[in-house]
Design a protein around this ligand. Structure first.
Ligand code: 6PG
Length: 237
């Protein structure tokens, strides 16, 4: 059975073209928000895939002082740790034209994500949502944000009617404790993008598209099969 997905896929032969196209698209969403509302809110993933995208986006001429940038998820490590998504975003996205953007971190310095949860929830609740753009990534195990297979709060995080905007997450393959925006929070956006590279990830997306049994194991399925927000996939080899 083929699942009807509200998904459009943009495939690129070269990853530099993918990064450029997505950066232009996201910049356009931010520009529209700045013109219409005077401010914009962007949530991005960490990991390795968005590096080129961050670099291109950071050079877009925008009224960055009125753009808030946050993360879709964070590894619960200090910003000085090379695994920190905040470090990644500050070093690659909040540079050049974007150096004046306002960053809203998810890591608080508390000993655990559970201990920091109330503060992070308050930070997210203080944003003027909906997001103008959310950029997700995906792991080779089909996780997105910190929706990891086997995650201790996975069901709660994926619950479209869930009330918690932010959840801690511990999972065998997560590397460290995480904090993640919930699926309903991520879907509270005017535009949703999934930035992926490589054949393995293309095959995961194909499994979900075809409704194959393996798709049940991939948390990203919840993003791709929801009908609230169209998903634009940007893929390159
Ligand atoms: C994180 C992420 C996560 C990421 C995927 C893909 O902090 O790990 O936000 O969801 O997008 O793990 O990571 P890569 O881009 O490194 O493959």
């Amino acid at each position: 059975m083929t699942t009807h997905l509200n998904v459009t896929t943009h495939s690129f032969t070269h990853c530099s073209a993918q990064a450029l196209a997505l950066a232009e698209r996201v910049a356009e969403r931010l520009r529209i928000a700045l013109t219409e509302r005077g401010h914009a809110v962007l949530a991005v993933s960490g990991g390795t895939t968005p590096k080129d995208f961050f670099d291109v986006l950071s050079r877009e001429q925008l009224d960055w002082a009125n753009v808030q940038v946050t993360l879709v998820d964070e590894r619960w490590v200090p910003e000085s740790d090379k695994r920190s998504n905040a470090q990644l975003v500050k070093s690659l996205l909040l540079q050049h034209a974007a150096s004046g953007a306002r960053f809203v971190p998810l890591y608080t310095g508390a000993p655990t994500p559970e201990a920091g949860l109330a503060d992070v929830t308050a930070s997210i609740n203080a944003l003027s949502l909906p997001f103008d753009a959310v950029v997700l990534g995906m792991g080779d195990d089909g996780h997105t944000a910190s929706f990891f297979p086997g995650g201790d709060h996975l069901a709660e995080a994926l619950d479209l009617n869930g009330r918690a905007p932010v959840l801690p997450m511990h999972a065998p393959d997560a590397g460290e404790p995480r904090i993640t925006l919930s699926l309903p929070t991520l879907l509270n956006t005017r535009a949703l993008y999934l930035l992926v590279t490589g054949v393995k990830k293309r095959d995961i997306l194909a499994d979900v598209r075809l409704g194959l049994g393996a798709a049940q194991n991939y948390p990203v399925q919840a993003v791709l099969t929801q009908q609230r927000v169209p998903v634009a996939v940007y893929w390159c080899p």
